[in-house]
Structure formats: C-alpha cells, structure tokens
Design a binder for this molecule. Structure first.
Ligand code: UD1
Ligand code: CA
Length: 448
C-alpha cells in the first residue's frame, strides 16, 4: 500500500513576528520542520511533499532532497494547501497523511497509528484528537451523543457552548486518497475567506462515511507553534522528552529541567549530568562520565570516565579518563588523548595533547602537536599567529615547559627538553636540553 505524507508549511506565521519563516525556527537546535519531516518520512512509503508559500525558497533550500516542495500561492487555507498537491499525487498513493509542519513534537509512532487505523477504517479519514483543559485556539471536535465525530469547528466560528468542548483537533489526518482529492474541491469557503481542511470531516459525515478519531494521550505532541510562547513550550517539551529517554537508558540527570540535551546526542550508561549542562549537535558522550555543572559541549566526542566541570567544548575530541575544568575551553580541532588533565583557564585549538599530558593553569595551545606526558606550566602560550598565518608548534614526549613560556611558532621542543620560567623560545630545542631566557638559549643538558 502506498502512503504519502503532505506537510503544510505555507502559512505566513504572522503571529511569530519574525523575518524567518515559522517552520525554520529552531527547536532544540534544529528547524521545527526537520522533526515533522523525519516523522513523516518514517510513517510513509513515498517521498513526502511539503507545501511552501511564505518564505518558500528558504524552506525549499533547507528541505533539499528530503521532500518534494510545491508552492501554494496565494495561501487560502489548509484545505487549499492540500489541494495544491493533487496534480502531483493523484493516482500515486492509496493513503495520504496530512500534518502541519509547525508541530515538532509529533512522533512517527503516532502517525503510524493513524495509518494503521485508516487501513482498517471503512470510511475515508482518521484524525488525531486530544483532550485538554487549555484549548490553545485549536479546532473543537463535535461529536453526537453516541460519540460519533460530526465536525471540527474552528475557534473563531465556535459558539460559546462549542468553545467549552475540551476535545481538540491536533492537526494530523490520514485520508483515503481517492476520496480526499474529490472532497477538497467541495470544501466551502469559510467566513474568513479560507478553505479549511478541517471541513473534510463534515463532508465525510454528509457522505454517510465513518470518521475515525484516535484520541492521543500525549499532550506534548499536540503543541502547534503559532507564537514564540508556543515555541518555548515546544522547546521545553522536546528537552523533557529527550532527557527522559536518556534517564530511562541509564544516564543520571541531577536536574532534568536544567539539562539541555539536543536530539541526536548520544550518552553512555552511568554518565552523570549536573545542572546547566548543554549537549548540542552531533555530540557523543561515553559511559561513566561526570559532566557539568555549567558545561556546554557542541559537536564533540567524549570518551569514557571523563570529568568535565564548567567548561566549553566545540568540535573537539576527548579520549577516555580526561579531567578538565573549571573554565576550560576546547575549540575546533582540539584533541585530548587519554588521561589528559586540563585545569582552569586553558584554551586548546587545532591541537593534540598526548596521553597523560598535564596543562594545569592559564595556557593557550593552538596549532600544536604535544606528545605524551608533557607538563605544560602555568601561563604557557603558543604564539601561533604571526599576523599572516598560523604556525605549528611541536612538543616532544616527556618535555617540561616552564611557567610563562612563550613558544614562538614555528618551533619544535625536543623530547624530555625543558624550558625555564619566562623563556621566549624562538628556535627549535633539541631533545634533553634545557633552554632559558629571552630569547631562550640552552643552559646545559638536562641529563648531565
Ligand atoms: C489548525 C487547524 C485547527 C487545529 C490546529 C492545530 C485548520 C483550519 N485548523 O489551526 O483545527 O486545532 O491547526 O495546531 O486546519 N498552512 C498552509 N497554507 C495555508 C494556511 C496554513 O500551508 O493557506 C499551514 C501553516 O503553515 C501551518 C499549518 O498549515 O503549518 C496550520 O496552519 P495554522 O494557521 O497554524 O492553523 P491553526 O490556526 O493553528
Ligand atoms: Ca498552527
């Protein structure tokens, strides 16, 4: 059976008061349409169709190959939006799933439930409803006294009595395709001058065909984002959902409400996350780590049994048993090998620190390859930038860099070499050699 999804994303999103099209506003690091697309793809057999309009080109650029985009111009309502897909899809699918791209919390499992219910429904449509105390401006579900769904009435045209109904239209539907394409042409113009998709319910009832409701018990899924207040609600709900999944998978969150894990992050068992920790993008954290409080990790790989306190990491790799912070900063291309200790107020960029190397206090290491078991004294700086280009520093294994050493790159420090406190190293230092002063000169062999 062929199942195709249509995502509606053409609306102006006026209530967002933004230059950015509504569906491109991020929720937990990804545009909200990304979630809707992912769920739609998982629940259908064909490439989804996205109906675009306002800010359409930006949406099309973002969507890329993940869907086929069609333009709705002008935007005359959700029913009119689906109608735009008719010429592309008529005869191409048996079932049509329709959702709104402004519902980032909608899960693929729920869409699949709609599809399964519609496969068994002799009538032409199945729709998702939710029972909620706060109506949020949603359409109300009208039922007969014996519980049959009769119609959806939009808030703007509801009577005071209808406004009290607490069963709401979530905005996810599965239609039998043949019936849908004809019904769309029969939708009446609303008093607001739009063609509402929700009026297909009344059309089915008038055709004496069964409308199948599925009542969802997940209120979060129904969060449709119309304003930035809703955007914050959706973001909060998404973080809560992700946090819960990690806790159930064996991660300790000291305070889930102040821990911000983006979808797509992986975390190993028995890792503990302290409050105000943000794990973003394509980040992977190993088992048994202790992260935070106050730590931001973006697009980074963290090994096992690491301790990271009050630090910021971006595009970095941290191997097992690294201990860092507070106030450590790893920038793009930083790679700390197993057992590195990096203390407070250090920055590492485009550099490898070898296994067991220690960098305790106030250092900047950029464009450097540092061997194993090196001691980097307080205040050591790689002077890697000469105003034109970035130059490389190499430090051999077992070297001892004295406090406040300036390593003027390009420069190489030999294995087991030492620099005295305050040295300004402008020339390569051979293995096993101690250099001191400004500019640094050899004093004697360290092994003598
Ligand atoms: C809609 C439903 C309402 C439901 C609510 C759930 C209708 C008429 N009403 O109301 O019953 O409770 O969602 O969140 O369907 N869009 C287009 N083209 C248009 C108009 C809208 O593509 O011409 C898109 C929008 O970009 C949006 C979606 O359809 O993604 C829903 O439109 P919106 O204006 O947000 O509808 P609601 O007022 O939220
Ligand atoms: Ca909406």
């Amino acid at each position: 059976m062929k199942i195709v999804s249509i995502l509606l994303a053409a609306g102006q999103g006026t209530r967002m008061k933004s230059d950015l099209p509504k569906v491109l506003h991020p929720v937990c690091g990804r545009p909200m349409i990304a979630y809707a697309l992912e769920a739609a793809r998982a629940a259908s057999t064909e490439t989804p169709v996205v109906v675009i309009g306002h800010g359409g080109e930006a949406v099309r650029d973002y969507v890329g190959d993940a869907a086929r985009c069609i333009v709705q111009e002008p935007q005359l309502g959700t029913g009119h939006a689906v109608l735009q897909a008719e010429s592309l899809l008529r005869g191409q699918a048996d079932l049509v799933l329709v959702t709104y791209a402004d519902m980032p919390l909608m899960r693929a499992e729920t869409l699949l439930r709609l599809v399964e219910a519609q496969k068994a429904n002799p009538g032409p449509l199945t729709l998702l409803t939710v029972i909620a105390d706060d109506p949020r401006g949603f359409g109300r579900i009208l039922r007969t006294t014996d519980g049959m769904v009769q119609a959806i009435v939009e808030e703007a045209s509801a009577t005071p009595e209808q406004l009290r109904i607490n069963e709401l239209n979530v905005g996810a539907y599965c239609f039998s395709a043949d019936w849908l394409w004809d019904a769309l042409h029969r939708i009446p113009l609303s008093p607001k001058g739009e063609y509402y998709l929700t009026d297909t319910v009344e059309l089915a009832v008038r055709d004496h065909l069964a409308v199948q409701p599925i009542v969802s018990d997940d209120l979060d899924e129904a969060i449709g984002v119309n304003t930035r207040v809703h955007l914050a609600e959706a973001t909060r709900a998404m973080f809560r959902r992700t946090a819960r999944a990690h806790m159930l998978a064996g991660v300790t969150l000291i305070d889930p409400d102040s821990t911000y894990i983006e979808p797509g992050v992986t975390i190993g068992r028995d890792t503990v996350l302290w409050p105000n920790t943000h794990l973003r993008g394509r980040t992977a954290v190993g088992e048994g780590c202790e992260i935070g409080p106050e730590t931001i990790i973006v697009d980074s790989q963290i090994g096992q049994r690491c301790k990271i306190l009050k630090s910021v990491l971006e595009q970095a790799v941290v191997e097992d048993e690294v201990d860092m912070g507070p106030f450590a900063h790893l920038r793009k291309g930083a790679h700390l090998c197993r057992g590195v200790h990096m203390g407070n107020f250090g920055e590492v960029k485009d550099s490898v620190l070898g296994p067991g190397t220690k960098m305790g206090h106030f250092s900047y290491i950029g464009n450097a390859v540092v061997g194993a078991d090196v001691n980097i004294g307080a205040g050591t700086i790689t002077c890697n930038y000469d105003g034109v280009r970035k130059n490389q520093t190499e430090i051999g294994e077992g070297a001892f860099i004295g406090s406040d050493t300036m390593l003027v790159a390009p420069v190489k420090i030999g294995r087991r070499a030492k620099t005295g406190a305050g040295a300004v190293v402008t020339r390569d230092v051979p293995d096993d050699t101690l250099v001191v002063g400004v500019p640094a000169r050899p004093l004697k062999k360290t092994n003598e």
